[in-house]
Design a protein around this ligand. Structure first.
Ligand code: ATP
Ligand code: MG
Length: 509
C-alpha cells in the first residue's frame, strides 16, 4: 500500500515541470459605440476572441481590424463597462458556435443564447461540437453540380425560376413586396414535399422588429414546421455587432447539417441590414469608406458568406446548403452598390416589384428579369414538361398585351390569346402561407396551359383552381398525384388519366 503511494508520488513529481507562461497583454486605448481600439497585441489574428479585464468583470471582443500597432475590435457584450487602460488578453480562439440536433425547433441569438424561454439549448455536461463562424467554403473538387430541386410551393417560382439544393438564389425587391413571404413559404412547403429529404431550415432575422420575429415563429409553429426549423434572431434593438454576426451563425449551423450529409436551407433576411451594420462598425473603426460609404471589403464579406452554400460531392457525404439571401432595394434600384454586388455573387434572383404587388399580382414576381441560373438542371421531369410551355405562353401574352394597348379593333383570335394569358396570370397568383405540393402545381399548370380553363370566366379562375385541386386530391390521389410525387415524372399514362379527370371535372361543373 505504502509502496503504491510512493510510486504515485514519484510519478507526480516526475511529471511536474515548472512552465512559465508568457501572455501577450494589450491595453484599451479608445472605447467607442460597441468598438474598442487596443494597443499591444501584435500577434492577434483576424476574428480572434479577446478578453478584456474591466472593473466590472471580463468582457469579450472580436478582433476585426488589424493595423500595424493597434487592433480595432468589436465588443460582443456590454461595452459600457470598458474603460481606457483596461488590459486585454488573446485567447487564440476564433469565434464559434455550439452546433447539434438540439438546435432544431429553437430560437437563438447569434451567440447561441436561447431567446425562446425554453432553457439551455444543450444539456449541461455535454460537449457539443463547435463550428467556427467563419469557415472555408468547399473547394471545386468537393462540390458537385446542383441536381435536386428545392420546391418552394409557389407555382410561378417552381415552374419558371426553380431553385436547386445547394443553390444561392437572391430574393430582391422594395420594402413590403412579399420578400419574407416567399422565404417563409419555402420553409413551410418542406412539409408538403414528401418525396424528398426534408432540409433543416434556418431563418436568420437581421435587424427586424421583435414583434415581427415573434409572429414569424408563431406562424412556423402553427404550420408544424418548427420541428425542422431553427431561428437565429438579431432583433432591431440588438447592437450592430449581433446584426453583423447573425448570418455567419446561421451559415455555421447550416454547415453542420450539410457536412453530415443532410440538406439545409438558410434564409438571410436581410443582407441590406447586414451591410448597414458592417458599415456602421467600419466607420466607427475609422476604416476608409468607399462607395456609398461602405468599406472596401463588403463584396468580399458577402461572397465569403454565400460561397459556403454548396452541393457536396458523394465523397463528401452529398449534403447541401441552399441559401436564400434577401436584399431590399430603394425604388426598385438594382444598380445600387449592395444589390449589384449580391446579384453578381448569387446564382440568380427573384425580383419583386411594388407595382405588381399593388395591382394584386401576388407574388409580385417580375418574370422578365427574374432568373435561376442553375436550378433548371434540378427541376423534375414533370415540372419541366409544363414549365417550358408556361414561359413561352407568358412571353407571348406580354408581347400581345403591349401591342394591343394601342390598337382599336382587335380580332377574335388575338382576343382569345390575351384572355388565355390573363387566365395563366390568374393561376400564378397565389396567397402567402399557402404553398402547394409540387404534384398539384404540375396538374394545375397543365390544365390552364392546355386551355382546360377555356370556358371558365376570368373571375372564376381562382375558385375553379381551388375546386380542381380538391377534386384531384380526393378522387385521383392514387392514380395521378402519387405517381408524379413518387417518380417526379409525368408519364404519358398519367397524362392520359389527368386529361380524363380534367374533362370529367369540367363537364360535371
Ligand atoms: P419588409 O420590407 O417589411 O421586410 P417584405 O418585402 O418582406 O416586407 P412581407 O412581409 O413578406 O414583405 O409581405 C408584406 C405583406 O404582404 C404581408 O402582410 C404579407 O402577408 C403580404 N403578402 C406577401 N405575399 C403575399 C401574397 N402572395 N399574397 C397575398 N399577400 C401577400
Ligand atoms: Mg421582410
Amino acid at each position: 500500500m505504502a509502496y503504491e503511494i510512493i510510486e504515485k508520488l514519484k510519478k507526480e513529481i516526475e511529471g511536474y515541470r515548472e512552465k512559465p507562461e508568457w501572455a501577450e497583454v494589450g491595453q484599451v486605448t479608445e472605447v467607442g459605440d460597441g468598438i474598442v481600439k487596443i494597443l499591444g497585441l501584435r500577434n492577434a489574428v483576424s476574428q480572434e476572441i479577446l478578453k478584456i479585464d474591466t472593473a466590472k468583470g471580463v468582457r469579450t471582443a472580436l478582433a476585426l481590424n488589424l493595423e500595424e500597432e493597434s487592433i480595432g475590435a468589436l465588443v460582443l457584450d456590454d461595452f459600457l463597462a470598458i474603460e481606457v487602460g483596461d488590459t486585454v488578453k488573446r485567447t487564440g480562439e476564433v469565434l464559434s458556435i455550439q452546433v447539434g440536433e438540439e438546435l432544431i425547433g429553437r430560437v437563438i441569438d447569434p451567440l447561441g443564447n436561447p431567446q425562446d424561454g425554453l432553457g439551455e439549448v444543450f444539456k449541461k455536461g455535454t460537449e457539443p461540437k463547435r463550428n467556427p463562424l467563419e469557415a472555408r467554403a468547399p473547394s471545386v473538387l468537393e462540390r458537385e453540380s446542383v441536381n435536386a430541386p428545392l420546391h418552394t410551393g409557389i407555382k410561378a417560382i417552381d415552374a419558371m425560376i426553380p431553385i436547386g439544393r445547394g443553390q444561392r438564389e437572391l430574393i430582391i425587391g422594395d420594402r413590403q413586396t412579399g420578400k419574407t413571404a416567399i422565404a417563409l413559404d419555402a420553409i413551410l412547403n418542406q412539409l408538403n414535399d414528401k418525396g424528398r429529404r426534408t432540409p433543416v431550415c434556418i431563418y436568420v432575422a437581421i435587424g427586424q422588429k421583435e414583434s415581427k420575429i415573434a409572429k414569424m415563429v408563431e406562424t412556423i409553429k402553427k404550420f408544424d414546421a418548427l420541428k425542422y426549423t431553427i431561428i437565429v434572431s438579431a432583433s432591431a434593438s440588438s447592437p450592430a455587432s449581433l446584426w453583423y454576426l447573425a448570418p455567419y451563425t446561421g451559415c455555421a449551423i447550416g454547415e453542420y447539417f450539410r457536412d453530415r450529409g443532410q440538406d439545409a436551407l438558410v434564409v438571410y433576411d436581410d443582407l441590406s441590414k447586414h451591410a448597414w451594420a458592417y458599415r456602421q462598425i467600419s466607420l466607427l473603426l475609422r476604416r476608409p469608406p468607399g462607395r456609398e460609404a461602405y468599406p472596401g471589403d463588403i463584396f468580399y464579406l458577402h461572397s465569403r458568406l454565400l460561397e459556403r452554400s454548396a452541393k457536396l460531392s458523394k465523397d463528401k457525404g452529398g449534403g447541401s446548403l441552399t441559401a436564400l439571401p434577401i436584399v431590399e432595394t430603394q425604388l426598385g434600384d438594382v444598380t445600387a452598390y449592395i444589390p449589384t454586388n449580391i446579384i453578381s455573387i448569387t446564382d440568380g434572383q427573384i425580383y419583386l416589384e411594388s407595382d405588381l404587388f399593388y395591382q394584386g399580382q401576388r407574388p409580385a414576381l417580375n418574370v422578365g428579369i427574374s432568373v435561376s441560373r442553375v436550378g433548371s438542371a434540378a427541376q423534375t421531369k414533370a415540372m419541366k414538361k409544363v414549365a417550358g410551355k408556361l414561359r413561352l405562353a407568358l412571353a407571348q401574352f406580354r408581347e400581345l398585351q403591349a401591342f394591343v394597348q394601342f390598337a382599336t379593333d382587335v380580332d377574335e383570335a388575338t382576343k382569345k390569346k390575351i384572355l388565355h394569358g390573363q387566365k395563366i396570370n390568374e393561376v400564378l397568383k397565389q396567397n402567402d402561407l399557402s404553398p402547394m405540393p409540387f404534384e398539384e402545381e404540375v396538374c394545375i399548370l397543365y390544365a390552364v396551359l392546355n386551355d382546360y380553363f377555356g370556358a371558365v370566366g376570368i373571375e372564376n379562375v381562382k375558385k375553379t383552381e381551388h375546386d380542381l385541386t380538391n377534386y384531384l386530391k380526393k378522387l385521383h390521389d392514387n392514380d395521378i398525384l402519387k405517381p408524379i410525387r413518387d417518380t417526379g415524372d409525368f408519364s404519358e399514362s398519367t397524362e392520359e388519366k389527368l386529361k380524363e379527370a380534367l374533362d370529367h371535372f369540367l363537364n360535371s361543373k
